[in-house]
Design a protein around this ligand. Structure first.
Ligand code: 13P
Ligand code: SF4
Length: 312
C-alpha cells in the first residue's frame, strides 16, 4: 500500500513543489501542506512562492487565482470537479449584462468567483479584507458586489453602504439554520458563537464574533472562553483544536444526520488524489494569456490595498 505521506514529501523535494491548503481540507492534507490558510493568506502565499510547482489543495477558483498570479508555473488541483456554489452562481455572460446596466458603479468581487468574473471586476476582495477595502472607497462611490449576497449584505450593514448585490450564496454556510444554532446555544450556554460572513443575516445576528476563517481561528485562540460554537465549515475545527487543545469546539450542524457541515467540493480532495496529481502533474489549471492579463489586475489591486492597510 502506498504511504502517501512519505511519497508526497518525496515528490515535494524532487519537484520543488509547494502545497497550499485551505482550512476546509481534510486534516491529513492540512498536516502535509506547506501553507494552510484562508483565501487571502493563500492568494498572498501564491503571489510570493518561489516553488516551481504549485499544488492547490482547495477549490477551482483558488487554484485559478494561483495560476493567474503565476502564469509560467504549473498549478495543479487534485480534483478538477472541486468547484464552488458561489462561483457557479455568477456566469460571466449574465454578470456582464447586469454590470452594463450600472455604468457608474465599480465592481468589487469576492475572490470566490471564476476568472471570467475577475476579468469584469475592478477589485477582488476576500472575507479577510472586504470591509476594509469597501471602506477605502469614498462613501458616495457606487458599488456592485458579487457574487455573495450574504457577505455583501453584512458589509452593507456594518459600513452603512448600499452596494448592489448579486444573488449568490455559499451552499455550505447558507444552509445553516437559526433553529440548529439556538438549540446548540441552549445546551451550551457557556459557549461563544463565531460565524463566517457567508452565513445569512439571522445566523450572523446570533454571533459574538464574525470573520474569515483566519479571523475566527485567531479569535478562538485569544478569547478566554473555553467553548465555541462555530457557524462555518467543519475543516476549520482541525486548526482550532491544534491551536487551543484545551478548548471545545462545536460546529453548527447542516441537518440532524450529523454534527458536521462539510463543503462537498473542498472534501473532493483526498491524499490519494494529491499524491497522483503531484506524481503525474495533472490535473493542471490552464488559462489563456488574455484572461490572465485581465483577471490579474483586480487581484493585484486587492493585494496592494491589503498591504497598504496592513492586512497582510
Ligand atoms: P475564507 O477562506 O476567506 O474564510 O472563505 C471561506 C470559504 O468559503 C472559502 O471557500
Ligand atoms: Fe464555495 Fe462555500 Fe465550498 Fe467555500 S465552502 S468553496 S464558498 S461552496
Amino acid at each position: 500500500m502506498t504511504n502517501y505521506i512519505q511519497e508526497i514529501e518525496k515528490l515535494k523535494k524532487e519537484k520543488n513543489a509547494i502545497i497550499l491548503a485551505h482550512y476546509y481540507q481534510i486534516p491529513e492534507i492540512q498536516d502535509i501542506a506547506d501553507y494552510v490558510g484562508d483565501s487571502l493568506g493563500l492568494a498572498q502565499a501564491a503571489a510570493e512562492t518561489k516553488a516551481d510547482l504549485i499544488v492547490f489543495a482547495g477549490v477551482h477558483f483558488m487554484a485559478e487565482t494561483a495560476k493567474i498570479l503565476n502564469p509560467n508555473k504549473k498549478v495543479l488541483l487534485p480534483d478538477l470537479e472541486a468547484g464552488c456554489s458561489l462561483a457557479a452562481s455568477c456566469p460571466p455572460e449574465d454578470f456582464s449584462k447586469f454590470r452594463a446596466k450600472y455604468p457608474d458603479h465599480i465592481v468589487l468581487s469576492y475572490i470566490n468567483c471564476t476568472a471570467g468574473i475577475k476579468e469584469l471586476s475592478d477589485v477582488i476582495v476576500t472575507s479577510g479584507n472586504a470591509v476594509q477595502i469597501v471602506e477605502s472607497f469614498p462613501k458616495e462611490q457606487k458599488i456592485i458586489f458579487a457574487p455573495d449576497k450574504n457577505l455583501g449584505g453584512y458589509i452593507n450593514q456594518i459600513t452603512g453602504r448600499n452596494m448592489l448585490l448579486w444573488d449568490g450564496t455559499c451552499e455550505v454556510h447558507d444552509q445553516l439554520t437559526t433553529e440548529a444554532l439556538i438549540l446548540l446555544k441552549k445546551s451550551n450556554p457557556d459557549a461563544e458563537v463565531v460565524a463566517h460572513p457567508e452565513c445569512d443575516g439571522p445566523i450572523l445576528a446570533l454571533a459574538d464574533m464574525i470573520g474569515s476563517t483566519s479571523a475566527m481561528l485567531k479569535y478562538t485562540q485569544k478569547s478566554t472562553s473555553k467553548k465555541f460554537i462555530v457557524a462555518s465549515e467543519t475543516g476549520i475545527l482541525h486548526q482550532m483544536k491544534l491551536n487551543s487543545p484545551e478548548k471545545e469546539f462545536l460546529v453548527v450542524p447542516k441537518d440532524e444526520t450529523c454534527s458536521c457541515n462539510d463543503c462537498p467540493y473542498m472534501k473532493l480532495n483526498t491524499m490519494e488524489k494529491l499524491y497522483l496529481a503531484m506524481k503525474n502533474e495533472v490535473p493542471r489549471i490552464e488559462l489563456s494569456d488574455e484572461v490572465i492579463e485581465r483577471a490579474k489586475r483586480p487581484i493585484i489591486k486587492m493585494l496592494d490595498i491589503s498591504k497598504q492597510l496592513n492586512l497582510i
